[in-house]
Design a protein. Structure first.
Length: 132
């Protein structure tokens, strides 16, 4: 291979790399748009579930543990499912749900414990929760 052929090959490959990077940027943009659409649908699902389902309507096997309000569980799941890779504390979730008082934080902590126990959320470490 001559020097000119080698340089031509380098130029061609460099152009291909540039095109591939451009395509990757387009795909990243599409991924972000789709993630936004998923987050919006998850929000709509949570709101629809809160409005449409009361604990009495559910079969016994699906009902929340011990008189747990459905709305708070759905709200917690909505927050956690918005960022599936993120790990949350009860205090962070309480803040996001604007339940900043001691009672609100305690209710969130209790719900998270129950939800981790019945498998609705994962508990990777003490006091840490994330989406399943």
């Amino acid at each position: 291979m001559s020097t000119a052929d080698g340089l031509d090959r380098v130029v061609i490959l460099a152009r291909e790399v540039t095109q591939l990077r451009h395509r990757l940027a387009q795909l990243d943009g599409e991924r972000v748009r789709i993630e936004g659409q998923i987050a919006e649908r998850m929000k709509q699902i949570a709101l629809a579930a809160i409005g449409a389902v009361s604990p009495a309507d559910l079969p016994t096997a699906v009902q929340p543990a011990q008189s747990e309000p459905m709305a708070l569980s759905a709200a917690i799941l909505h927050v956690i499912n918005q960022s599936p890779g993120r790990v949350f504390t009860a205090l962070e979730i309480a803040g996001l749900l604007q339940m900043t008082g001691r009672r609100g934080h305690s209710a969130i902590r209790t719900h998270l414990s129950r939800m981790a126990h019945d498998g609705r959320v994962a508990k990777p470490a003490f006091g840490k929760y994330r989406a399943r």
